[in-house]
Design a protein. Structure first.
Length: 620
């Protein structure tokens, strides 16, 4: 039988797959944070771009509003410089002229919404002002040192943002030189008209709109801002000459000009963090230049929303990545499990196929062996039959002398009867002739009987033929074959077999067994003067088994030596001289008895041997 291979059941999750799984987890552990970071950066970038775009749009609007505010009053001083009353007052300063101009300026200022309108002579002394009747009136004050006066004198017009020295109110000063009358061709300047525009309203609007807007001048000093704390402070630390110039012109009053940033002006498009109480002043900074004014408008856009958007997108990406990783891991585990199950099923199927193959091979071998054995048994049976038959012929051979004598004797008698019958016939003794003929018939019958018996005994028989046989008949038949020898040896035979002793047997073979036992007994009694042969049958009924008949064949011969008791049934075991015994009688007899489901045993009696034959009883 081929050796079944040891079980090759795969582990639930193969090692390679487990390693791949671990590798996969490492991959995810790197990929998810990387993806999250990338998503965060992209979202932040997009958010910042959005913030920047919005800031630029608002910046455009803020610039337009500022420019509109500045430009709205641009022509007002020019118009006023052409006014005759103004020119008259400059030509001839006096109380009445001043009163008229004062009233005019006051009315125009109120109507146009400017902070103040005033007129200075060529030396910078204020002759008339819209606030002539207010406590902080400009009338009588000299602003000769103020840049807007000096610029107007020098160039004819000026624009200047600064803190008012009188009112301490900041404003945009728009100056226009007034040419001296009658001196038009010479171009002399008689004075300067100044319109002061209040820009602080814009700051309020920016604050209300939540905008963070600053306006810085050419020196980088913030002068308008949505947050008051940022005003009148430069973005960067100022040099000493710059500080001196601003102080001299009193542009920003008494402001200490503390810088807003330690390291220079803001980087356009970058981020800025200005000092502020409410967390304002931090975000992306976008500038727009107003070159004609020398100003720069700045807006600061908070980036908190962009950061929040980045964090949200990053969180969503991270969660989605984790969910994907888990989903893929679950799917991969399911695939691995299915693969493992399939491989286990295949392995099982393979093993079952191998076992089935082995089994059918073993089956075929077994069938072949059985057939072989059957053939061998049949051959053995045939050989045994031949052997038994040969043994019977051998037994016949052993008693052939006696048989010869058995037939010769009646033949001799027949011859004697024939001779005497002829004489009695010649004598005419009819009665004696008839009696002799009768005797001769009997003798021929006896011869025919003997020959029939011999023929029967010598014929081939098979073990399969069984019939109820009288033990007594079988013993009688054997005794009949031995009659001559028994008589010659002077053996006293005592046969005690009940007529109802019936056994199931093949009659000729049973007779062969009994004949063998008797021949052995006669041989063993050779040296005994008074020979006795006892045949005794008894019925045996032991509990639980079928009834049987026991036949003891006892003699008063030499007996069986104790050391031979275990060997006498072996083939070719004999103690008889060469030429007398083959050593096959008992072994063939026990073979026959075994076939008949009986037993044959040997022992010693008080005198001589006792051979015991037991056969199943048959019903009549
Ligand atoms: P054989 O008669 O050719 O020797 P058997 O098988 O019939 O072969 O007998 C074997 C031997 O058993 C005999 O040689 C003899 O020694 C012994 N034996 C058989 N029957 C008797 C008996 N009745 N008494 C003593 N010895 C016996």
């Amino acid at each position: 039988m081929s050796q079944a291979r040891p079980a090759e059941l795969p582990a639930a999750v193969p090692r390679r797959a487990r390693l791949a799984g671990i590798g996969g987890w490492w991959g995810w552990a790197v990929a998810i944070p990387a993806l999250t970071l990338a998503a965060f950066l992209l979202a932040l970038r997009a958010g910042q771009d959005q913030v920047r775009t919005g800031a630029r749009q608002r910046l455009v609007i803020a610039e337009a509003v500022l420019r509109t505010t500045v430009d709205r009053y641009r022509s007002l001083p020019t118009v006023l410089a052409l006014d005759t009353q103004v020119q008259d007052l400059l030509a001839a300063p006096g109380a009445s002229g001043a009163a008229a101009v004062n009233a005019k300026f006051e009315a125009i200022a109120r109507a146009s919404g400017v902070a103040a309108i005033y007129l200075m002579d060529a030396r910078g002394l204020t002759l008339a002002a819209s606030n002539w009747n207010q406590p902080l009136s400009f009338v009588g004050s000299s602003y000769a040192y103020r840049p807007y006066f000096l610029d107007a004198l020098a160039t004819g017009a000026s624009r200047y943002f600064g803190i008012g020295t009188t009112t301490q109110q900041p404003g945009l000063f728009i100056g226009q030189a007034v040419e001296a009358r009658g001196d038009r061709q010479g171009g002399g300047v008689a004075g300067v008209v100044v319109v002061k525009v209040d820009l602080e309203g814009l700051e309020g609007e920016w604050r209300r709109a939540g905008e963070q807007i600053l306006v810085s001048d050419a020196a980088g000093i913030v002068f308008l801002a949505s947050e008051p704390g940022w005003k009148y402070r430069p973005f960067r630390p100022l040099t000493v000459p710059e500080t001196d110039r601003i102080r001299t012109a009193r542009q920003y009053g008494d402001s200490d000009l503390r810088p807003l940033l330690a390291d220079g002006p803001p980087d356009p498009g970058g981020t800025i963090r200005l000092p502020s109480a409410g967390g304002a002043g931090h975000g992306l900074v976008e500038p727009v230049a107003m070159p004609d004014l020398g100003w720069t408008l700045w807006t600061i856009a908070p980036t908190g929303a962009a950061w929040r958007q980045g964090v949200l997108v990053a969180a969503a990406t991270g969660i989605a990545g984790l969910a994907l990783a888990f989903a893929l891991a679950a799917a991969s585990q399911k695939r691995q499990r299915l693969r493992a199950e399939q491989s286990m099923r295949l392995s099982l199927e393979r093993r079952v196929a191998e076992r089935t193959h082995d089994l059918s091979e073993a089956n075929a071998r077994l069938r072949a062996e059985m057939a072989e054995r059957e053939r061998a048994t049949t051959a053995l049976r045939a050989t045994q039959d031949e052997l038994i038959h040969a043994g019977r012929l051998a037994a016949l051979g052993q008693i052939s002398t006696a048989i010869n004598h058995e037939i010769n004797q009646p033949l001799a008698a027949l011859r004697t009867f024939l001779a005497s019958t002829v004489l009695f016939l010649e004598r005419g003794d009819q009665a004696t002739v008839r009696r002799n003929l009768q005797r001769m018939t009997e003798v021929t019958q006896r011869i025919a009987e003997i020959i029939r018996h011999l023929k029967d005994f010598a014929r081939k028989t098979g073990p399969e033929h069984r019939e109820p046989v009288r033990l007594a008949s079988a013993a009688e038949a054997a005794l009949d074959l031995l009659r001559v020898r028994l008589r010659a040896d002077g053996v006293a035979v005592d046969c005690r077999i009940p007529p109802d002793a019936l056994v199931r047997a093949e009659p000729v073979r049973l007779e062969q067994v009994i004949l063998n036992l008797m021949v052995n007994a006669l041989d063993a009694m050779r040296d005994v003067p008074e020979r006795r042969l006892d045949l005794c049958a008894t019925r045996e009924t032991s509990d639980g088994s079928a009834p049987s008949w026991r036949l003891d064949v006892a003699d008063n011969g030499s007996g069986i030596a104790p050391e031979h008791l275990g060997q006498i049934f072996d083939p070719f075991f004999t103690t008889k001289p060469a030429g007398e015994g083959l050593g096959l009688g008992l072994s063939l007899s026990s073979l026959i008895v075994r076939d008949l489901k009986g037993s044959l045993t040997a022992g010693n009696g008080a005198q001589g041997a006792v051979l015991t034959l037991v056969l199943p009883a048959a019903e009549a």
